[in-house]
Every structure is written in C-alpha cells, then in structure tokens.
Design a protein around this ligand. Structure first.
Ligand SMILES: Nc1c(C(=O)O)ncn1[C@@H]1O[C@H](COP(=O)(O)O)[C@@H](O)[C@H]1O
Length: 161
C-alpha cells in the first residue's frame, strides 16, 4: 500500500510537501518524484502505465500554470488521481486550477484547492480512501478529526484594548 506523489518541477515541492507530511504523519508509505508531461513526457508514460503494478493505490499530482500533469496521468491509469493546483506567479494558480478541473467526461481527475490547503487535503483524501479498507488507519483519521475539532473549539480570540 503506497501513494505516489508527483509534481511538474522541484519548484512545486514547497506546496507538495504538505501532502507528503500528512501521509508521513499517518504512517502511509509514499514515494515523491518529479515527472512532467511537458518536460519528461516519456517518463510520464512509464510512470503512469506502471503505477498500478508498482503497488500504488492512488496518485497525488501537483503542477502549476499549464497544469496538464494530473489529467495526463489520469488518462493512462485507472488509479484515482488527485490533482493539486500549484500557485503560479503570474495568474496566482487560477491557471493551474482551471487546467486541472476541466477534464472531459470519462477521465475523472479529482481537483483540490490551490496551494498548501489543496495539497494538505489531497494527502488527507488519500488517507480517507485507504482508510475504507484499513481499520487502524480509519481510527487514526477519526482521532485526527477529533483533535482538530477540539483545537478549534478551544480557540480563544484576543480581547480588544
Ligand atoms: N505544469 C507543469 C508540468 C506538467 O503539467 O506536466 N510540468 C511542469 N509544470 C509546471 O511548470 C511550473 C514552473 O516550473 P519551473 O519552476 O521548473 O520553471 C511548475 O509549477 C510546474 O508544475
């Protein structure tokens, strides 16, 4: 049981490391690497076609700008692909978001929020999918949610002067 994390460039790591952090914290094995539909198209084909037999259960794919990576991976595997739009400099990630979200019917690609929140949630979503068939992981996820709720409930706002 392991999760693949891929990204179009090393420059995406500050965003994609949040997905990796979630998986690490939940004890889910993952393998992160750079694969680009544009810059390493042959590597992409090899990665996507071999993903299932290499033991991956799902793939978290992050990319920025003309973010074709998640959709192209989804085109070549039946594994669930979770797309993370990385915030781009010029268009603030709206380009990445729209590139990932508007897939043609037949090749579903889950799309998360732009940036850190999306990457974190993609990690949590992968955990939730794996937890369906893993009672120990399901318990960890339930405990995480309880702790999060408690933290928010106990939050104290500052008094005004
Ligand atoms: N969107 C893609 C793909 C792809 O979709 O295959 N490959 C690289 N890129 C994106 O280009 C941006 C700039 O990359 P550089 O920082 O390397 O110039 C990154 O956000 C990357 O995800």
């Amino acid at each position: 049981m392991s999760v693949g994390i891929i990204m179009g460039s090393t420059s995406d790591w500050p965003t994609m490391e949040h997905a990796a952090r979630v998986l690490k914290d939940f004890g889910v094995p993952y393998h992160a690497e750079v694969v680009s539909a544009h810059r390493t198209p042959e590597r992409l084909v090899e990665y996507a076609k071999g993903a299932k037999e290499n033991g991956l259960k799902c793939i978290i794919a992050g990319a920025g700008g003309a973010a074709h990576l998640p959709g192209m991976v989804a085109a070549m595997t039946e594994l669930p692909v979770l797309g993370v739009p990385v915030e781009s400099k010029v268009l603030k990630g709206v380009d990445s978001l729209l590139s990932i979200v508007q897939m043609p019917a037949g090749i579903p690609t889950a799309t998360f929020a732009i940036g850190k929140a999306g990457s974190t949630n993609a990690g949590l979503f992968a955990v939730a999918m794996l937890a369906v068939n893993d009672a120990e992981l399901a318990e960890k996820l339930a405990n995480f949610r309880k702790a999060q709720t408690a933290k928010v409930s106990e939050a104290v706002l500052p008094e005004l002067d």
